[in-house]
Design a protein around this ligand. Sequence first.
Ligand code: AHN
Ligand code: ZN
Length: 327
Amino acid sequence: MKRIKFCISLLLLVGTIASCGGGKATASSSGSGQAAVPAFNADSAYEYTRRQLEFGYRIPNTPAHKATAAYLQGELARHGAEVTPQAARVTAYDGTGLDIVNIIGSFAPEKKKRVLLMAHWDSRPYADNDPDPANHRKPIPGADDGAASVAVLLEIARQIGNDSPSVGVDIIFFDAEDYGAPYFAASATDPDLSWCLGSQYWSRNPHNPGYRADFGILLDMVSGRGSVFYKEQFSRMYAPAVVDKIWNEAANIGYASYFVSQTGCAVTDDHYFVNEYAGIPCVDIIAYTDESCFPPYWHTLGDDMDNIDRNTMKAVGETVLSVIYKE
Ligand code: AHN
Ligand code: ZN
């Protein structure tokens, strides 16, 4: 079923690509507000990444996971967000019950016009893409795959706390994105649905019933050395105007070399479920390094601090801040 839907999605998309056109740079993202865009501090974001890795592996049902959740809630609160932890029990591919928590931080919750920012905060229990098969059952550090995206959003939260944009902003750290069935285990259910358990839960049970945002931006692996960002296919399908807004703004502020104006892979990521189940148009900013779509250290023991590049973080952080403050 999923495969069929996926293929239809691709066909629909191919139809739209021609009309989307390439690289026409509009003057700016048309926003009404003229707020000054705060500067993104990449050292702060780097430090937030390192700090998360210090807790250990952020795998559901472990003490390190619990401690990290408390830390992330504390940081969002410290920056002035109204924090809602959404606890749930979900079932993993192998039938294990996972105690998860999606962490929501809301700025100016009374505002109607809202932007949703998302990242996953858990880390993968399996390095099943590691060059050494002996490592496939070991957990990954998850520096770029998880921690750094959360870190960029914590730095954005810090900036919002200092100086509010005119829109309301909600930040969601999703749990259990990366507990998907490894190739070496049988999956009791559709393997595609074994990923993104936290976002699947939230998209069907938002923390506020009837929650709405004008659009959403998911960050997933946005801090790698050598990473660039292509227009991910589900993002183009569900939220083409938001894709254009982000890629045009990146070009406006000098980051066209990071935000490449070409179509990339189709990734079943948290944004897929927020688009499909919650109906909020969402874009995934996700690293594209080679034709396998993901960085070479993806789901390997090498996803550690050595691959984190402050310049990549800055390109993404400044672009997202710029989009928000020009709304
Ligand atoms: C799948 O492999 C089905 N989705 C990848 C989403 C992901 C995993 N992003 C980071 N880790
Ligand atoms: Zn992953």
